[in-house]
Write a protein that binds this ligand. Structure first.
Ligand code: AR6
Length: 171
C-alpha cells in the first residue's frame, strides 16, 4: 500500500490524525476549505486560532480538531499567486514542510492535505501539485499515510499523473 494516496473527497470526512487547512495569515477563517473546516470543527476552533495571533505566509500552526474526526488541524498559509516571481514556489514549499514538521512533532501517523493555494489564491495547479508531491516524498518515511485530498477532478487528475501508476485510491 503506497504511503502517498490521491483521493477526490471532502477533507472534513477523512478519518486521519491531522487535516491540514489552507488558511490565511490571520488564521481567523475564510472561504474555501478554511470555511468548511471551521464550520465542521465548531466555534472552539476560531477561539483556539485567535490565541495564535496569526501566522506568516509559508508557515503553519497547529490546533486541536475539536468536533472534527481528526485530532488536530494544521493551519498552513500558502502564498497568493502574483505571477511566480515573488517567492511563491519557495513559500508554498515551506508551508508544506512546516505542516509536516508540526505533524511529526505531534507524532501523527496519518495526515491529509488540500491543494493549498490552488483555489482563491490562484496558484497554478500543476506547479502546486509538483511542489506538494516533492515535499510529500521527503516525509514519506515519517507517516503511515499521507493523503493528497483533491476536491476537484482537475487537481485529482494532475496529482495522479505526477504520482504515476503506483497511485491507488484509498476507498
Ligand atoms: N475538501 C478538500 N478540498 C477542498 C474543500 C474541501 N471541503 N473545499 C475546497 N477545497 P482554497 P487557497 C479545495 O480557496 O487557494 C480562504 O478564504 C479547493 O478546490 O480553499 O489556499 C482562506 O481563508 C482548492 O483546490 O484555499 C484564505 O484566505 C483548495 O481546496 C484563502 O482562501 C484550496 O482552495 C486561501 O486560498
Amino acid at each position: 500500500m503506497p504511503v502517498i494516496k490521491v483521493i477526490q473527497y471532502d477533507i472534513i470526512d477523512l478519518d486521519v490524525d491531522i487535516i491540514v487547512n489552507a488558511a490565511n495569515t490571520t488564521l481567523l477563517g475564510g472561504g474555501g476549505v478554511d470555511g468548511v473546516i471551521h464550520r465542521a470543527a465548531g466555534p472552539e476552533l476560531l477561539e483556539a486560532c485567535r490565541k495564535l495571533a496569526g501566522c506568516p505566509t509559508g508557515e503553519a500552526r497547529i490546533t486541536p480538531g475539536f468536533r472534527l474526526k481528526a485530532k488536530w488541524v494544521i493551519h498552513a498559509v500558502g502564498p497568493v499567486w502574483h505571477g511566480g516571481n515573488h517567492g511563491e514556489p519557495q513559500l508554498l514549499e515551506s508551508c508544506y514542510r512546516s505542516a509536516f514538521d508540526l505533524g511529526k512533532e505531534a507524532k501523527a501517523r496519518s495526515i491529509a492535505f488540500p491543494c493549498i493555494s490552488t483555489g482563491v489564491y490562484h496558484y497554478p495547479k500543476e506547479g502546486a501539485a509538483h511542489i506538494a508531491l516533492k515535499v510529500m516524498h521527503e516525509y514519506d518515511r515519517d507517516f503511515r499515510s499521507i493523503v493528497a485530498c483533491c476536491f476537484d477532478a482537475e487537481n485529482a487528475a494532475i496529482y495522479r499523473k505526477l504520482l504515476g501508476p503506483a497511485t491507488k485510491e484509498d476507498d
